[in-house]
Write a protein that binds this ligand. Sequence first.
Ligand code: HEC
Ligand code: HEC
Ligand code: HEC
Ligand code: HEC
Ligand code: HEC
Length: 426
Amino acid sequence: MVQDGVMKYVLSYMVRISIGGRMRQNFERGILLLLWGALLFSGFGCDGSGSSRAQGRLVPLQDNWERAVEQQTIPKGLRSISAKSCGRCHVRQYEEWQYSTHSHAWTDAQFQAELKKESSPFMCINCHIPLQNQQDSIVKGLVDGDIYRPVKEGNPGFDRRLQAEGVTCAVCHVLNGKIIGLTGSEAAPHPVLLDSAFLSERLCISCHNAVAVVTPTLACTFETGDEWKAGPYYGRKTCIDCHMDTLSRPLVPNYPVHLSHHHYFRGSGIPKSKGAKTKVFNGLDFALSIEPGDSSGGDSVRFSFVVANAHAGHRVPTGDPERFFALHFEVRDNRGEEVFRRVERIGEQWEWYPKARKLTDNNLYPGEKRRYSYAIPIPGKRPFVAHIWVEKHRLSEEAAKYNHLCEAYPRFITVYDTTFILSVKR
Ligand code: HEC
Ligand code: HEC
Ligand code: HEC
Ligand code: HEC
Ligand code: HEC
């Protein structure tokens, strides 16, 4: 996501607000930007006592945001909060979570490449490994409020294995020595706290919505939460309803059957490494129609391809602005010579210099349909072969090269592919 040395993804980690020690989020974009302004420009805060390492004033992190979720203790009855250890009992949830990109949020080659850049501020990690337990240092404050000058201290409670698990079980389920759940089961060996406000779509949105323009070339923009709120599914279906479909099964083998949720977090389905397990979620429906030849202005055949965002509760693509769909239309004659070729793109295009700004955006809104229609001249009435295929891309080839991601890093998958004969009927 960081291209041409410029950062798109920012620190707008202020989306998470801590109230009474809990992870809570701030939905108001306005407040978000306000907080930014406050931190960056007003310089309120205490003097930097104890910041002997750095010259300048130590501005403490604001209580509410920007920091890691506080260090979590291991709930009674458990020996660890790692996904692997939860997985000894919650076998299915663990297996499923391994398919999700949540489990790769730290190890992902692209994330690691971007994190190493100087332009990436320290808070990049706060959505990818949000628990303090997952971070090797504790950030005490910022020198002069500068996000590129955090004052760090070693974290004695650092757990490297938990770090590697990225958005792990404990991120969503462990709080203040308890396991957050919604089932109300009494059989668990660990304390359970029922909290439907915490374990709701608000939790998802705390990471899946961030909008901020910090410096002219520093903007952060992924708005899945806002797109959902503005769309037809708001009040009807939540992130969890669609991304964690339900089934009946025991939560632990040999326990009674309960209402349960798949933990695949199906999404784009583009694997994070060659051969990595993944589950595709298709938001788009495709419909092809071939219209009879029109011989008035010479023989030709018209075909239409309709793409509809039929299943996603937000725009498609959503999230990372580097995502796009490429629609390929190709017609060849009976000797294999190309006679027609078109590539259409669905996604956003950004310019990062000299000022971050969106150039184009034709993402599909929930329910939106788009028609691509072409007339192909068919001289001599020979049959032609048409080939249509649709690719879903995580990032462009240039961006992959820029990040030194090797050939083995999967950039896209094909979600539709068809070949058919075009001929003029008499
Ligand atoms: C030693 C086995 C064991 C381990 C380890 C374990 N659990 Fe559980 N857990 C259970 C059992 C048993 C239940 C209750 C099952 C039932 O009621 O049918 C349960 C229930 C749950 C529930 C549902 C609670 C509710 O009432 O809604 C959640 C969520 C959960 N565990 C998460 C976790 C997480 C996260 C971890 C790792 C940090 C973990 N568990 C570790 C055995 C375990
Ligand atoms: C991104 C957040 C997230 C992560 C990561 C996550 N869960 Fe969950 N989990 C949920 C939500 C949300 C629910 C409850 C859904 C509901 O009831 O509406 C849930 C429900 C559960 C339940 C209750 C039964 C069920 O299936 O609904 C268990 C047990 C559970 N999770 C275990 C785990 C384990 C084990 C892991 C790690 C391997 C894990 N979860 C990772 C969000 C998460
Ligand atoms: C702590 C932050 C955090 C929370 C909470 C969170 N996510 Fe995520 N989610 C991420 C990150 C980071 C990634 C991307 C990881 C990567 O690509 O390496 C991601 C990826 C995803 C993807 C896959 C995107 C793809 O590439 O296909 C889906 C779907 C998703 N999350 C849904 C959810 C849902 C639903 C919830 C709420 C139950 C949720 N997330 C909660 C941080 C979070
Ligand atoms: C009505 C069902 C539905 C709802 C509600 C929904 N999603 Fe999705 N989501 C989808 C589908 C389908 C896709 C796959 C889109 C595609 O790539 O074709 C998707 C894709 C994603 C992706 C992957 C990004 C990408 O471009 O592939 C993320 C991340 C995500 N959703 C997060 C969320 C979050 C967070 C919420 C709640 C604010 C949410 N979704 C609500 C159905 C839903
Ligand atoms: C507000 C929370 C948040 C912060 C802060 C954040 N990310 Fe992410 N990141 C996400 C989410 C959510 C996704 C998944 C987006 C999606 O799939 O729609 C993601 C995905 C990614 C991906 C994978 C993109 C892909 O196409 O699979 C990379 C790389 C990444 N982030 C890098 C960074 C860098 C670098 C920073 C700091 C400059 C950063 N992130 C800060 C939440 C965050």
